[in-house]
Design a protein around this ligand. Sequence first.
Ligand code: ADP
Length: 259
Amino acid sequence: MAERRVLCVGLVCLDIISVVDAYPAEDTDTSFVLEDLRRRGVQLPHRVVHAGCAFPTSVVISSASRGTRTILHSNRNLPDVTAQDFEQVDLSQYKWIHWEGRNAAEQVKMIQRVEEHNRGCAPHQRIATSVEVEKPREELYQLLGYGDVVFVSKDVAKVFGFQSAPEAVRGLSSRVRPGTTLICAWAEQGADALGPAGELVHADAVPPARIVDTLGAGDTFNAAVIFALSAGRGLQEALAFGCEVAGRKCGVPGYDGIV
Ligand code: ADP
C-alpha cells in the first residue's frame, strides 16, 4: 500500500511585499494629507476629527504600459460626514456645494437643508448644488433626484444598460428633476451632458501625448467642470475645460502642474 500523505485544507494567498526604509510613524499619514491639501489651497474649516479612527488608505497598482489601475482600498472605521456635522456649516459663505455620493440618506438631508436655505434667499445669493453618483450602488441612486448638476459615472451608466455617455444622459433624464444638468464622462470618448432645457452637449477628450496615470481623472474632470460652471461659464465650455484638465492629468503621475 502507498505511503499515506498529509492533506492540508485552507486558502493560498499571493503576498506582494513592499520593502520600505522605515514604516511611517503613527499619524504621519494624516499630517501628510493635511499638508498636501493645504499646499494646493484646499481649506478644511469644517473638518470633523474622529479620535481612534484609521485614515482611509488605498494601495494602487498602476499599469505603466496600459494606464489601468487596480485599487486595494481600506477604510476600517472612519465614519462618513453626517447631516448633524453639516448643520455646523455657515451656508452663507458658499456659492456651490458638491456631494460625492456616499451615505446617500444623510446626504439627502444635507441637500434639503441647502434647498431650504435657498428658498429664503434672493436669487443671486442661492447656493448651486451638485452630486456625483460614481459607484453602482442602489442606495446612491436616490441622489439622482437632487442637485442642480448630477454627475453619473460610466460604471453606473453601464449598470443601467447604457453603452455611451449620450445614451446615458438621455436615458437617465427621467430620473432627475426637470431643469437638472446631467453629465457623464466616458474616458477617451470625452463627456456628454444634457442641459437644463434638454439640450445635448458633447466635448471630446483631450488625450495627452502618453497616458501615464488615469487615477483620479474622473474627480479632476468633476472639479474642473464645477470650477467653470461656478465661475459662470456655459455648459459646453465647462465640459471642454473638464476634458482638457482631466486629459492633462492622465499625462502625469499625480496632480502637479495640471492647472
Ligand atoms: P475615471 O475612470 O477616473 O472615472 P472617466 O472615465 O470618468 O475617469 O474620465 C473622466 C475624464 O477624463 C474624461 O471625460 C476624459 O476627459 C478624461 N480621460 C479619462 N481617460 C482618458 C484617456 N484615456 N484619454 C484621454 N482622456 C481621458
